[in-house]
Design a protein around this ligand. Structure first.
Ligand code: G3I
Length: 378
């Protein structure tokens, strides 16, 4: 076939396709796929969000709509934590967790289990005896094993991976002196990974923590992961929570940590992404000081000024671009909540502030950087 004929044939095909498309459009049968985070970036990594029990129960249908359109993965914000799911010895309450897993399955969303062993939101009974004294190492091992085995087995094949241990390392790189550490020492971490793997050998297992850009913490987490791997334990990813602010951390420091974790041979997950738009305040500051201080700490009760919004969107976009740059080892990017109104940041570290940390605003609309990312083609 000479070039002239090829040209004619291809023009004919194009005209034919245009007719089909026009006819189909006229018949209302062709729709352009909606450009959402999931449809545009879903081939790079899982795009997740934390969900609260109210959303899963369908009490916030607009949030559910956002989840279904934009996200490919979910994680329970609270309902799988020990104090919720295992409030008393021998008594589990699986209702909210079951509902979340059912919801995810029905919508084709990947579930991460959060979290198996954490010092916070730990049921009060878990590490003490009936006199309130710390239990022995043997008893704590049994309790950990029973708790982990029960959760992981219940959702076997339905939860893709688990935050096995959460926040075990302090910012200075030392081990957190949690009740687990005080009773079992460092050994509690490998034990947790071992129990989780025994309960579901196919489940991915993660170590998850915050402030991961701090060099001392980065080094300690690298050492921890290496040690787990040397012991022959399964570790699939390090979860970098990414509760960031307008002035911390440096994006280069964040990238250094991503690279350091990936260099141990595991994947990296951005597990709890949000960015406060409010002034940074130390957890130890006296936040109830004066009315003037409180007002200064809550400067945008009605809306973000344009200049702050622009800076916020630009910085969030830079982080998303960093995640995309390393999509070869970043396997999930999860926002810690659906809309600004849902965020824990409205009450931390100062209660009652109005913050703007998430990808969707209080009216369920995508923030400008999300909108821009969705509208761009590569
Ligand atoms: O459920 C009770 C409710 O019955 C009660 O009336 C109400 C009164 O305060 O409290 C409710 O519990 C709150 C719970 O969230 C559910 O909304 C707790 O007070 C509150 O402390 C708890 O906060 C959660 C926080 O973890 C606890 O540490 C946040 O929602 C949750 O976003 C946050 O998530 C953690 C991650 O799991 C781990 N990484 C850090 C991240 C932020 O702290």
């Amino acid at each position: 076939m000479d070039n002239h004929i090829i040209l004619k044939v291809s023009r004919g095909m194009a005209a034919f396709m245009t007719c089909i498309t026009l006819a189909a459009c006229a018949a209302g049968t062709v729709t352009t796929p909606e450009r959402t985070l999931k449809t545009v970036y879903g081939d790079k990594f899982l795009i997740g969000t934390a969900m609260n029990a109210r959303q899963v129960a369908g009490e916030d249908s607009a949030a559910v709509e956002v989840v279904k359109r934009h996200f490919s993965a979910v994680v329970p914000e609270n309902c799988m934590k020990c104090e919720n799911i295992h409030p008393e010895e021998g008594r589990y309450d699986f209702r909210d967790a079951d509902a979340l897993v059912d919801f995810a399955e029905a919508g084709g969303l990947t579930v991460t289990g959060h979290c198996l062993i954490w010092h916070s939101q730990l049921a009060p009974w878990f590490t003490v005896d009936d006199k309130g004294q710390p239990v022995s190492a043997e008893v704590l091992k049994e309790r950990m094993k029973e708790h982990i085995t029960t959760l992981v087995s219940r959702y076997k094949g339905r939860v893709k991976g688990w935050d096995v241990v959460n926040e075990a390392i302090m910012d200075d790189g030392s081990y957190r002196k949690s009740p687990f550490y005080e009773i079992l020492g460092e050994e509690y971490i490998p034990l947790a990974f071992q129990y989780a793997h025994e309960a579901d050998p196919d489940a991915e297992l993660y170590y998850n923590d915050y402030s991961m850009s701090i060099p001392a913490k980065r080094d300690a987490v690298v050492k921890l992961v290496q040690s787990l791997k040397e012991q022959g334990l399964r570790v699939d990813a390090v979860g970098m929570q990414a509760h960031i602010g307008m002035d911390y951390p440096g994006i280069d420091d964040f990238e250094q940590s991503m690279l350091a974790f990936a260099a141990t041979g595991v994947n990296v997950m951005i597990t709890e992404w949000d960015m406060s738009a409010l002034p940074t305040v130390s957890r130890t500051a006296d936040v109830s000081d004066t009315v003037a201080f409180r007002e200064a700490m809550n400067p945008y009760p009605d809306a973000l000024p344009d200049s702050v919004s622009e800076a916020w969107n630009a910085r969030m976009r830079s982080f998303f671009e960093l995640f995309l740059k390393h999509a070869d080892f970043v396997t999930r990017v999860t926002a810690w909540g659906v809309t600004d109104g849902d965020s824990w940041k409205n009450d931390f570290p100062v209660p009652g502030r109005t913050d703007y940390p998430l990808l969707f605003d209080r009216d369920y609309q995508p923030k400008p950087f999300v909108q821009a990312l969705c509208n761009e083609t590569e």
